[in-house]
Design a protein around this ligand. Structure first.
Ligand SMILES: *[C@@H]1O[C@H](CO)[C@@H](O)[C@H](O)[C@H]1NC(C)=O
Ligand SMILES: *[C@@H]1O[C@H](CO)[C@@H](O)[C@H](O)[C@H]1NC(C)=O
Ligand SMILES: *[C@@H]1O[C@H](CO)[C@@H](O)[C@H](O)[C@H]1NC(C)=O
Ligand SMILES: *[C@@H]1O[C@H](CO)[C@@H](O)[C@H](O)[C@H]1NC(C)=O
Ligand SMILES: *[C@@H]1O[C@H](CO)[C@@H](O)[C@H](O)[C@H]1NC(C)=O
Length: 460
């Protein structure tokens, strides 16, 4: 018994010890050589597992590779107005509000704050072996789609209708989020949704099967410039969108993901699908008829990672597509190398003491005084004042107490509406509604309000 026990311990311990000596952990070597070494040690089955676990529910995290001492990695993280659904976080205004401030530096500073919270929380989560959804470092943001149709339910996630401004502010976000360390990326940005995305949802055709017809001129002048700016700012990821473009689903669109993104713009990062978008190539667009054919068109177009709803997803059949000669080994190796290059730049395979971001602590950043102040400043800068008439005596900022005031609108006292979609978990102790805020400026209690059409007459 004693002998067997000793043997078992030895078998378990050996791979971990030697894994420290693999060249992919040698920090004196260039990143591309290290990635080549790492990926060269993976079986096809392991590579397929890495490409097919980028998403939600049971679809993530990417599995551990025990013989190389590699931990799981959680790709799915949302950071558009703070760190979403990963425990408490400071909440900032939605993108459309930040864009209304027309202030590059404000957006950059905000993105630095978000990045510090994402990294600090990830330091804690990984220390606890927690790789659950939204705990990672790879943000699915910014959203730089063009606001063209007011019926789209996600316009508030964008920087508005202008391709140039969207690219300019996208750059502030990307450089702020990723940090300026020459060796390490603090948290990686992912520009989405690529491309020609942003119409009404489910009217008249579902967003999962919508085909956006676009002329070359409109594509180049309206829907590509902001993504190009995002890539030039250094974003390490792009998310391909649900829709088709001129009949070809975005995640199967070689012209988009290879000819333009990689060959024209020199993109070195990875492409992740929108959640379920690969499945939709088959089931919503009817562009293919089988999982193998769907994997074939998506991988060959340049999608590296599937964000799916379920564990049993399309990219699980990449192995079969390779064995049938539909996808080459080289294409799989290229996709997996892009994923590991980003993990390496995030610092996962270096000693933690080399990476200053590993020292960030939750208690120093999340809802810190500095971050709450920044959120307040951003909220003030995002407000659009329709009229500020000095002769009326009631002007902003309110510096002297007011006798009476009336506030009109549905957001007066409903914090759930202030924050919008993709906002961090709300912390009620830090919320001040418009009504609460104005009440403090009143001499008497004479603050009247009307939430909107249902109770308009209440406003005296
Ligand atoms: C790491 O790489 C450098 C540069 O090639 C080499 O000199 C060194 O011996 C390597 N270290 C280890 C531990 O293999
Ligand atoms: C740290 O991570 C653990 C494990 O997920 C979690 O229970 C805990 O709340 C986290 N702590 C903070 C301060 O976020
Ligand atoms: C990064 O930004 C910080 C804060 O602005 C600055 O102190 C530091 O010098 C910058 N580092 C690099 C490598 O540019
Ligand atoms: C896009 O073009 C195709 C082919 O001409 C056509 O069948 C389809 O209806 C068009 N879609 C839209 C939304 O205009
Ligand atoms: C899918 O199968 C149907 C019925 O066999 C066929 O008509 C259609 O052309 C196929 N589509 C593709 C994209 O292979």
């Amino acid at each position: 018994m004693a002998l067997l026990f000793a043997v078992a311990v030895c078998l378990c311990a050996t791979p971990m010890a030697s894994s420290q000596e693999f060249p992919f952990r040698n920090t004196s070597l260039p990143f591309d050589e290290r990635v080549k070494d790492l990926v060269g040690r993976l079986t096809l089955e392991e590579m397929v597992a890495q490409m097919s676990h980028g998403g939600a529910n049971n679809n993530g995290p990417a599995p551990a590779i025990p013989e190389l001492g590699i931990n799981p990695y959680q790709w799915g993280t949302e950071c558009i107005s703070g760190d979403v659904d990963a425990g408490p976080a400071t909440s900032f205004p939605e993108s459309i509000g930040l864009a209304a401030a027309f202030d590059y530096q404000l957006l950059y500073t905000f993105a630095r704050a978000v990045s510090n919270e994402v990294r600090a929380k990830n330091n804690n989560y990984t220390a606890h072996g927690d790789y659950s959804f939204h705990t990672g470092l790879s943000c699915w943001s910014p959203v730089i789609n063009i606001l063209r149709d007011p019926r789209w339910g996600r316009n508030q996630e964008t920087y508005g209708e202008d391709p140039w401004l969207s690219g300019y502010l996208g750059r502030a976000y990307v450089t702020g989020l990723q940090g300026n360390n020459s060796r390490y990326v603090e948290a990686n940005a992912g520009c989405k949704h690529f491309d020609v995305h942003g119409g009404p949802e489910n009217i008249p055709v579902s967003r999962f099967s919508f085909n956006a017809n676009v002329t070359t001129r409109d594509w180049r002048m309206t829907f590509l410039p902001q993504f190009r700016a995002c890539i030039e700012a250094g974003a390490w990821s792009v998310m391909c969108s649900y829709n088709s473009i001129n009949g070809v689903p975005a995640c199967a669109n070689k012209e988009l993901l290879t000819d333009i993104l990689r060959n024209e713009w020199g993109f070195k990062g990875y492409v992740v699908s929108d959640q379920g978008a690969i499945e939709n190539i088959m089931s919503a667009h009817h562009y293919t008829n089988s999982t193998v054919a769907t994997a074939e068109v998506a991988v060959n177009a340049g999608t590296c990672l599937e964000d799916a709803n379920e564990e049993d997803n399309v990219f699980a059949s990449i192995g079969q597509a390779v064995s049938e000669g539909l996808i080459t080994d080289a294409t799989v190796i290229d996709a997996v190398s892009r994923l590991f290059l980003v993990r390496m730049r995030l610092g996962e395979f270096d000693p933690p003491e080399m990476n200053p971001y590993t020292k960030l602590k939750v208690e120093d950043y999340v809802q810190s005084e500095a971050h709450r102040q920044l959120s307040l400043e951003a909220a003030m800068a995002s407000a659009v004042l329709m009229k500020n008439d000095m002769t009326m005596g009631m002007t902003l900022p309110i510096t002297t107490p007011v006798n009476s005031a009336c506030v009109v609108g549905p957001f007066i006292n409903d914090p759930s509406l202030y924050f919008g979609d993709y906002s961090p978990t709300l912390m009620p102790e830090y919320i001040v509604t418009v009504q609460d805020g104005l009440q403090d400026a009143m001499i008497s209690k004479a603050l009247s309000y009307a939430e909107g059409c249902t109770d308009g007459p209440k406003c005296k």
